[in-house]
Write a protein that binds this ligand. Structure first.
Ligand code: MN
Length: 499
């Protein structure tokens, strides 16, 4: 999907000529040692690249010019080993067009109590040098992440790693192409939005294609191609008896294979990273893409049902963030509730399209009627989601701005089997509890559609929102309804007047 090891963050060390050559040599050597540690850290999935120590306004400006055009550079980490007067940084920071993380660390972890002298004091100046550096970014109203602590610390490396994942998703979204097969589900509000503004803000381009364009490719898929893919299904999944060769619904399975091959070919030839479908717009297709959409999500494509391009893009973004981590990401919908006072929970699912990367065990491949849409019975994968922490992510368009809402949730086991439920399902308890979590979500205007993930947590989405410069609302352990109401009102003022 995306190879994070091909992406780089550049490590920029601030200093100045005041201290003389010896000190500057030491600064460079120390900085290189920090970069080696970060680059080698298993917690940081991208490359960290050392750049020569910055001592003058011209060096800073020209280095940031390079940052802006370097193809694989997704952002910069800045740090001031010594004092680095910040007026030197203004022109460079003004043109920086990539995410920035200000790492507030010190080369020496411990004070050398017995030996400390003024040389030590003058070399290890981040405690005040980074304050000067922080001031100018605040003065310039720059969005950034600040990480504090010794560079060898696991927490520090983890926070940097999380930020690089957000920066990688941002890098991906800058050029993301979203294909929409058919338009929005008729009369639905939250899945709509301003695609022009979305492209200005995020870079993603969202365009619609007639289902007829897809139908032509669907019809051209050969039996031989389908044979090969169906064999793969039989190896990967537990195919229900009715879907096996010769059985009543085997053709329905073959049809989803046909759709998978055709849609993949369409997406690949157009360079798309995400797509949407809608059950209301299937003219010329005999089934809603079910298994096929599930399979394409598992291959890394963003997906949104009912024309929901914003959540398709977010599914893609969260998949990029979670690359290489345990747990997957899927398009999701808060579908139905268990409201028993002892153990209220949400059953998350969709008509068909849940990504098997979030499942546990071997998925079952089944064929059932759809219930709505009046098309043939689609094949789909059915599975459960493991227990553990997860997030639901929703991106909404408020007309004047985008808001990203994240609810941290805890996935739980179903209390009983649900043998008649013909779709993949997840069960969770929203944090801090269902009543507060759902209440806060509804006040914030969060969609019924989300990107669901057990691979990344809310911190990564917060970093992403910071990079994108959009509003971020987190509903978690400490959320109360009164706090969220105030936060929403204050944010409203900020985004109307403050920006
Ligand atoms: Mn839906």
């Amino acid at each position: 999907m995306i190879d994070l090891k091909k992406l780089e963050v550049w490590f920029l060390t601030g200093s100045q000529h005041l201290y003389g050559e010896e000190t500057l040599k030491q600064v460079a050597a120390d900085s290189q040692q920090i970069v080696r540690a970060l680059d080698g850290s298993v917690l940081i999935p991208v490359r960290v690249i050392f750049k020569p120590v910055l001592k003058t306004p011209d060096e800073i400006f020209s280095t940031i010019q390079e940052v802006n055009v370097a193809k694989n550079c997704i952002g910069v980490i800045t740090w001031c080993h010594t004092f680095s007067p910040s007026k030197m940084w203004i022109n460079g920071l003004k043109i920086l067009n990539k995410p920035v993380l200000h790492m507030h660390t010190q080369f020496n972890r411990d004070l050398p109590w017995a030996d400390i002298d003024m040389d030590f004091m003058n070399l290890n100046q981040a405690a005040h040098g980074d304050r000067e550096h922080g001031f100018i970014m605040s003065r310039m109203n720059m969005n950034r992440k600040v990480v504090v602590g010794h560079w060898s610390e696991e927490d520090v490396q983890e926070q940097i790693g999380i930020w690089t994942r957000a920066a990688a998703a941002w890098y991906d979204m800058r050029t993301l192409k979203v294909a929409r097969f058919g338009d929005n589900m008729r009369e639905v509000a939250v899945t709509e939005g301003d695609k022009v503004e979305a492209q200005i803000r995020f870079g993603m381009s969202v365009n619609g294609y007639g289902v007829g364009d897809l139908v032509k490719i669907v019809n051209d898929v050969t039996d031989k191609e389908i044979d090969i893919l169906v064999k793969e299904y039989q190896e990967l999944f537990q195919v229900a008896r009715e879907g096996m060769p010769g059985a009543q619904f085997h053709e329905n399975v073959r049809y989803q294979a046909r759709l998978e091959i055709a849609m993949k070919s369409f997406l690949m030839s157009g360079g798309f990273g995400a797509f949407t479908t809608t059950f209301e717009d299937l003219h010329g297709l005999s089934q809603l893409p079910g298994l096929s959409s599930q399979r394409l999500m598992a291959a890394g494509y963003g997906f949104g049902a009912e024309g929901d391009w914003k959540h398709s893009a977010m599914v893609r973004a969260v998949k990029v963030m979670g690359t290489g981590l345990q747990g997957g990401c899927s398009f999701m919908e808060d579908y139905t509730y268990h409201l028993h006072p002892k153990g209220m929970k949400v059953l998350g699912a969709h008509m068909l399209e849940i990504c098997p990367t979030i499942g546990q065990g071997r998925a079952r491949l089944e064929v059932h009627p759809l219930g709505i849409g009046g098309k043939a019975d689609p094949a789909r994968l059915v599975f459960d989601v493991p227990e553990g922490p997860a997030i639901n992510v929703s991106l909404i368009d408020l007309g004047s701005r985008f808001r990203l809402i994240v609810n941290s949730v805890d996935c739980v086991k179903a209390e009983a089997d649900m043998p008649r439920l013909p779709v993949a399902r997840a069960m969770w308890v929203p944090q801090p509890d269902l009543k507060t979590g759902a209440g806060a979500w509804i006040l914030a205007g969060g969609a019924h559609h989300t990107a669901f993930s057990q691979a990344v947590d809310a911190r990564c989405l917060e970093d992403f929102a910071e990079i994108a410069g959009i509003e971020f609302i987190h509903i978690g352990r400490n959320t109360t309804i009164s706090d969220i109401k105030n936060e929403l009102r204050w944010n409203d003022l900020y985004y109307r007047f403050g920006k």
